[in-house]
Design a protein around this ligand. Structure first.
Ligand code: NAD
Length: 382
């Protein structure tokens, strides 16, 4: 038996932030990063809370790839005043921190059950609707994807006004994160008709609007569409889970601090080649693994369908390389990390491959990878 549910209520569209004026809480804890406060973006929330006479406290210590110690200080902040509502506002890092803070604070004090609202300011992770939170352990150079129903936010607010300021390079990285979520969920061994429908729509919107959104902060229509696509892809992978792409990307983020979406973007064409078993010199064959038909569906949606399975998969791979290049995303780790030496990178490959195989996302990859194959792929992307 399978189960599909959407338990997060989603408020979206123009002025969606006005939802904050309807809240019935006396006070809230806002968990965010310094950018959201310093840029003045936080006032879009706090002004509305003030209008509704809701008190607020700001916790602004979030950093990218949130480490365990920031979650611990967030839990201390949550438990000190026990605000009945926590609002995570920012990119995936801020939202994941808020999700982890709510989970651990509730575990430490069973009488404390705060409501959780997620407000994304990037269009990428879909974290506002997932029961995942990715926490880093910098000492070990590892990322831990936590996966539990209790991490799921009660509400998500998608207001495009918050993504207007996202710079081009972050739009590119996070947009390719959306594309990777949708594609991985679509071919996941855990996919189903519901997750498939959400993933197809997310791919369609990303194909139409990602480059537009990247090209101009003023293209509000494109940015609104990508904000929705991010959420759709989040709903898709929350149901179907992900794959090896994420399992490998988590290691690149934890060790070399490559932004999450960028690490996914670099890997994506190589992962499709690996999963489909269709390389540069393959000829047509009678049978293909089931994921090939699915990749071909997505190629059709993206308008790069070709003569047969082999040429269509090659066209899809080329299209993803093209998207990366158009948006200035480096094609190799050596370009993404100019200060990293080849020797240091190669020395890390063995441990990264072990960690990628252990990563929870890898379990639903359509092709079961062995260690040598993962190591080879890490070498290919250098
Ligand atoms: P991020 O939250 O790390 O933010 C990246 C940068 O963008 C930060 O410097 C931030 O200050 C800045 N930023 C955020 N909003 C902005 C805005 N509106 N204008 C200008 N700058 C802005 O990046 P992200 O890609 O959103 O999140 C990545 C994190 O999310 C990683 O830790 C990743 O592992 C995690 N993640 C979680 C899930 C999930 O389901 N929980 C899924 C995918 C990724």
């Amino acid at each position: 038996m399978k189960d599909f549910h959407i338990n997060t209520e989603i408020f979206f569209g123009e002025n969606a932030l006005d939802r904050l004026t309807q809240l019935q809480f006396k006070s809230v804890l806002i968990i965010t990063d310094p950018f959201v406060v310093n840029s003045g973006m936080a006032t879009l929330l706090t002004a509305r809370l003030e209008r509704a006479r809701i008190e607020y406290e700001l916790f602004t210590d979030v950093v990218p790839d949130p480490p365990v110690d920031k979650v611990i200080s967030g839990v201390a902040a949550a438990l000190s005043k026990k605000h009945p509502c926590i609002i995570g506002v920012g990119g995936g890092s801020a939202i994941d921190t808020a999700k982890a803070v709510r989970k651990f604070a509730t575990q430490m004090d069973e009488t404390y059950k705060p409501y959780l609202i997620a407000i994304p300011t990037t269009s990428g992770t879909g974290s506002e609707v997932t029961c995942f939170a990715v926490i880093s352990n910098p000492a070990e150079g590892r990322k831990y994807p936590l996966a539990e129903e209790e991490l799921l936010p009660d509400e998500a607010i998608l207001d495009e006004v918050l993504v207007k300021s996202v710079p081009a390079s972050v739009t590119a990285d996070t947009g390719m994160d959306v594309m990777t979520h949708a594609i991985e969920a679509y071919v996941s061994t855990n996919n189903n008709e519901f997750s498939g429908a959400l993933a197809e729509k997310a791919v369609e919107i990303s194909g139409q609007f990602l480059i537009r959104s990247y090209s101009s902060n003023e293209d509000t229509h494109a940015r609104r569409k990508m904000h929705i696509a991010s959420c759709l892809a989040g709903l898709a992978f929350n149901s179907a889970s992900l794959g090896l792409n994420h399992g490998m990307a988590h290691q690149l983020g934890a060790r070399f601090h490559i932004p999450h979406g960028r690490a996914n973007a670099i890997l994506l064409p190589f992962i499709i080649e690996f999963n489909s078993g269709i390389g540069l010199t393959n000829r047509s064959q009678k049978d293909y693994p089931p994921c090939v038909r699915k990749y071909c569906n997505l190629a059709r949606i993206l308008g790069v369908s070709n003569m047969n399975e082999v040429t269509t998969i090659r066209a899809l791979i080329s299209y993803l390389h093209f998207l990366n290049a158009e948006m200035g995303i480096p094609s190799k780790v050596s370009d993404a990390c100019p200060n990293l030496s080849k020797e240091d990178y190669e020395a890390a490959i063995d441990a990264m491959a072990d960690a990628a195989l252990r990563d929870g996302c890898t379990a639903t990859n359509p092709r079961i990878p062995i260690k040598n194959e993962v190591m080879d792929m890490y070498r290919k992307i250098w």
